[in-house]
Design a protein around this ligand. Structure first.
Ligand SMILES: NC(=O)c1ccc[n+]([C@@H]2O[C@H](COP(=O)([O-])OP(=O)(O)OC[C@H]3O[C@@H](n4cnc5c(N)ncnc54)[C@H](O)[C@@H]3O)[C@@H](O)[C@H]2O)c1
Ligand SMILES: O=C(O)C(=O)C[C@]1(C(=O)O)C=C[C@@H](O)C=C1
Length: 308
């Protein structure tokens, strides 16, 4: 039996991978009455209309959010404040504004001041994605069994937070709440720095004159293929992630560099014991993740290049 919608009117701003997946997931679960969408480019809006992404595709953000009970900012982190400033004057009293940005402190600091009194602000971050982007890349199952972290601000209304939690659970996610600074540190370890490493490794392969690009394509083993999948992610999104989660990423990158130098030295000195102990420790981390049931989709991860 279909459940009553959690929100009567939802507005999605920015119609890429995350917004389109949200739309299909909301439709799958009957979680929203009407969903309006807006994207900056006419091309994206035309694509959205063609594939039936959103009940109504609007030509302005203001038109999309007027009357919405929930507005979700699904744009790159660097433009969220400008979008929030543009829509602020027309937000409905009692409405909730949320976002899906990969960084939370910077979003809270830049978007927060634009949210008018009487409107709730509940930042969020679904820990789910692929290397694809744009309006055609979304699918309803993206958030199934993935975490969504809610990062309520000091004056977030508890009812608004619970309602948003219900939406994310309805879209298939497991939900937890987290403080913004801790979120940014955790994500620097689990997502942001690994992306930077993947970008670097693919850049190194591309730069190496003695190994041709076609050899890289032909002989890429599973490990490198995983790197190339990650390194194909959207450049605008990731530029903004690093510019806005600077401190935590630099901290983790500093530690990474120290360990890398230690491994480099062990290789140069032929210190097999150091290498063996290190790899034994890291293997245990991976086994812990699998044993905890946190990698249900491991067999397909990165190998087929298809969404999990
Ligand atoms: N891709 C992922 O794996 C992933 C996962 C979780 C969270 N996120 C976060 O979600 C957000 C969206 O990412 P995505 O992967 O859906 O990106 P995407 O590139 O697929 O979509 C972004 C959309 O925003 C639009 N846009 C850009 N600037 C705009 C503006 N000023 N006004 C209106 N629309 C604008 C783009 O045209 C595009 O339609 C980002 O903040 C990202 O950090 C991404
Ligand atoms: O699987 C991928 O393609 C992703 O990179 C998704 C991923 C991640 O690092 O896990 C990327 C950025 C997000 O903010 C959340 C999820």
């Amino acid at each position: 039996m279909a459940q009553a919608p959690i929100y009567e009117r939802v507005a999605l701003i920015g119609l890429g991978l995350i917004a389109s997946s949200m739309f299909w997931a909301m439709k799958r679960g009957g979680l929203a009455g009407e969903v309006r969408g807006f994207a900056r480019s006419a091309e994206t809006r035309a694509a959205a209309r063609e594939i039936g992404l959103c009940d109504v595709v609007c030509d302005t953000a203001v038109e999309a959010v007027a009357d919405a009970d929930l507005v979700v900012l699904c744009v790159p982190v660097g433009v969220m404040a400008a979008v929030a400033a543009e829509i602020a004057p027309v937000l409905k009293p009692g409405a909730t504004v949320s976002d899906v940005g990969s960084v939370k402190r910077a979003v809270i600091e830049s978007v927060g001041p634009n949210i008018p009194p009487g409107v709730n602000f509940v930042p969020a971050h679904p820990l789910a994605g692929t290397e694809q982007s744009g309006p055609r890349s979304g699918f309803a199952e993206l958030f199934d069994n993935r975490w969504c972290l809610l990062v309520p601000v000091e004056n977030s209304d508890p009812e608004a937070v619970s309602r948003l939690e219900a939406l994310w659970r309805g879209m298939g996610s497991n939900v937890e709440r987290m403080d913004a600074d801790h979120h940014d540190l955790v994500l620097a370890v689990t997502s942001h720095t690994p992306h930077l490493i993947a970008y670097t490794m693919v850049g190194v392969a591309d730069d190496l004159q003695r190994v041709t690009d076609s050899e890289v394509v032909k002989y890429s083993a599973a490990g490198f293929r995983d790197f190339t999948r990650i390194a194909a992610s959207d450049p605008t999104m990731w530029r903004d992630v690093f510019l806005t989660n600077k401190e935590a990423t630099l901290e983790i990158l500093g530690r990474f560099t120290e360990e890398l130098f230690a491994l480099q030295r062990a290789i140069r000195l032929g210190d097999g014991e150091h290498l063996f102990e290190y790899f034994t420790r890291t293997r245990a981390v991976r086994r812990g993740i699998v044993e905890a049931g946190q990698d249900t989709d491991a067999p397909d991860f990165g190998r087929t290049g298809k969404p999990r």
